[in-house]
Design a protein around this ligand. Structure first.
Ligand code: MN
Ligand code: MN
Length: 270
């Protein structure tokens, strides 16, 4: 038998649940969206160009019409790092059934790499983590000299910081369209960008961000010919990435701190 007290508790829980479901910015608890959801992506087929996918390994905004993510956001600390081998790429079968699902073969012979946003080596501790980063929704067409050059060097630098005990909030994506693959279904961006917020204390989340927090933002041309260039050369302000993409990055950071951090260009010699 259900007592009146239990009934009202259940009713309250139900109301809370439905309030969460209808909230505009879902899952405020996602560790990968601790600093914000820069395009207010929603897990709704009513927004195919800004479709939120949340996994234990990352959160992303997928764009059905571009066949690539707009952005992918993830936490990195030493706890994510392992040594499992790479896996084959696979289509993301979680996408709505009538949407085109990019396949690994769509990139074959295109001249572009299957470029991870959340890197394979950031999520190689468990088979589940590895599988998640090899889904094609975490991938965009990346010029080999971008992917294997400065982009990769910056990924490695992030893991080095994680192994030193830092916690990083990273978000990356591409903007612009230089060409398309798969008969127009997949856009190859003109630029790839990344913003990295480096927290001294793991677990501190947005509360760990102050006006002294180091932020690295880069904007790379998605072209060959840059393989030997240093990633440091591509540093810009977060404001510049916001202007290029239209997103509000670091939106969960208090306004005054956000303004200050976003106007600066990292100049630290590493
Ligand atoms: Mn890569
Ligand atoms: Mn912002």
């Amino acid at each position: 038998m259900l007592s009146a007290k239990h009934f009202s508790m259940l009713l309250f829980a139900g109301l809370l649940l439905s309030a969460c479901r209808s909230a505009k910015v879902p899952s405020p608890g996602s560790v990968h969206l601790a600093l914000g959801n820069p395009s207010n992506a929603e897990a709704s087929i009513a927004h195919p160009e800004n479709y939120l996918i949340e996994r234990p390994q990352y959160a992303l905004s997928y764009n059905r019409d571009r066949g690539i993510p707009n952005w992918v956001s993830w936490q990195l600390n030493a706890g994510w790092l392992g040594d499992l081998p790479r896996l084959p790429f696979s289509p993301d079968n979680s996408l709505p059934g009538n949407w085109y699902r990019a396949t690994p073969g769509d990139y074959t012979g295109s001249g572009y790499d299957r470029g991870h946003m959340t890197p394979a080596a950031d999520r190689n501790r468990t088979p589940e983590d590895s599988q998640a980063v090899f889904l094609m929704t975490n991938i965009l067409p990346q010029a080999p000299d971008n992917n294997q050059g400065p982009w990769e060097k910056l990924e490695s630098y992030c893991r080095k910081l994680a192994l030193q005990g830092k916690e990083l909030a990273i978000i990356a994506g591409g903007y612009g369209t230089q060409t398309t693959l798969a008969g127009g279904k997949i856009a190859a961006p003109t630029h790839t960008w990344k913003v990295i917020v480096i927290l001294d204390r793991p677990g501190s989340g947005v509360d760990g961000v102050s006006s002294a927090t180091r932020v690295i933002a880069v904007d790379l041309p998605n072209l060959n010919g840059i393989k030997r260039m240093r990633w440091q050369k591509f540093r810009v302000s977060v404001d510049q990435i916001e202007a290029a993409t239209g997103y509000d990055l670091l939106s969960n950071v208090p306004e005054a701190i956000q303004k200050q951090l976003e106007s600066q260009v990292d100049g630290q010699a590493i």
